[in-house]
Design a protein. Sequence first.
Length: 288
Amino acid sequence: MEGSLKKLGVKGPRNGWKKRWFKQKGNKLYYYVNETENKEKGNIDLEKIISCIKTTNSSIAKKGSYVFQINTPQRIYHLQADNESNMNYWMNGINEYLQPSNNNNNSDSEIQQLTNELETFKNRINDLERQNEKYELALNLCGSVLKTSVNEILNVAENGGNLQLPTLHQEPQQPKVIQPQQPKVIQHQQPQVQAVQQQVQAVQPQVNVTKEDSSDDDNLGGQFDNTDDHFEAKVLYEYSARKNYELSISVGEEITVLSKHENGWWLGCNSEGVQGYFPGSYVRPANS
């Protein structure tokens, strides 16, 4: 597959569409500034594509346009063709790649599927290890408060017994003595000081950092940045679980993101308490 398409930047419609030259090399779809350029702007891993469909979002696909999207766990790529025939050429080509017909390709596809599953299992192990660390900290804290060992707490839990809690003695509270507050002394700034501050603020430069062709950057840094482990997210695209460890999500649904992973598959929990993995690119933070 090879040809010209318009590509929507990572920041969406506000960055506009940019014309790019796309060329397939093996299992990668590379894109360049133009046909003669040798340095790539980025690439799409065909092995990690979940689906390739026509875009129905009216805010992205204007009436009369030929926009389709490539869905991957890390990102949704929106591409625009000049006409319907060209759009079908790309969509059919990508979907044919996703459904190989010969034995050799089937073997390669099975290997890639096993590789993807192995990555997901690694994610699950990492999540369980992090959860186990939290439980260990909680047990140590309980042991410290109850003045007992963690092993004793675990033995009681395994045998279904009752843990003898220590009697906590509370010291009698002393009556609070309210001290009379001293009147606050308000110091007024001298007019000269205020004038100087206003002049400093007026001359402070406004820094605007721009990056050439930043909309082509495949790094989604900042889009889902969140210092908290858990946060609420709203589903943008529907996904039906294909494995028993995945989570089915519906458009408009709100779920809790429990952990994020570099391969794009995130762990989440829906309103019914069901947990599983889903493509991180299919959601956005609820507070954004």
